[in-house]
Design a protein around this ligand. Sequence first.
Ligand SMILES: [Zn+2]
Ligand SMILES: [Zn+2]
Length: 299
Amino acid sequence: MKFRLVELLQCVRCQGPLDVAADKSSLRAISSGESFSCRQYCGRHHTTVMPSSADCADCNKTDIESGFLKCRACGHTYRIVDSIPWLVDEALEQSDRRLSGTVALYSHLWTDFAPAALSGKTHLDEVEGTLGESVVQGRIGLDAGSGSGEDTLAMASRHPCTEIVSLDISKGVYEIRRRTAELPNVHVVRASVLSIPLKPNLCDFVYSFGVLHHTTNPKRGLQEIVRVLKAGGPTFLYLYEDHEDNPWKAFPLKLVTALRQVTTRMNPKLLSAACYVLSPFVVLVFSLPAKLLGKFRWT
Ligand SMILES: [Zn+2]
Ligand SMILES: [Zn+2]
């Protein structure tokens, strides 16, 4: 993480401000990034009295590879692991089986099944094509639940003047970091969308594709998104539909939801193997008929 990120963050336990504690040996210079410097608090100089822009020139050009972020209010420390701050409650992650299962499943998914490169249309393209407007606007945006970072990469590379905070609870964050390593306007954070470690009224937009319905508390996630969004700023959410008005779709969806009670408790590698075995059945029974029937117009 870069020093520039510090002023955007806050403690997920008490909302207090954070300070970096890192050895000089864990700092590494990055070749570009001077166009983004600290604004109201400098995490490198630990001051709200802003140093000259020359003093802050390196704040977005220095990668903190390891160390800690310490809350000035409650004293809690968060680890910086391989350049990514883990702004999560690690004790809760280990004790809560449901949460640890979610982290394990998506870590497996986004590291072992991450799309190899930007190929074809991204989810971002689909959203922008449907709405007819750009998702990215303003100076700072949040990709909440960014998976393996395909959309973060698209947003940041197409809008180099906007800083993108890319947040995910899974180890997919390391795939995001690998993909966006050359982009000075990306900050990768490992955290939950249910406890977003960003200051309130920070983001000019929030984008979250297919995330909230996978959490244990979608309403809380929405409240968090609203909290970090500037007043009047847009949020772009993609959520599953419940199809309650269409029993032909609602019933299979209920079956799938019931099945997920089992699959979400399975070992991720065992689940992957089961998916490979079952995928021909799913294609034959669901995908192909849906494609064929989609060609007819029902009246
Ligand atoms: Zn600074
Ligand atoms: Zn705190």
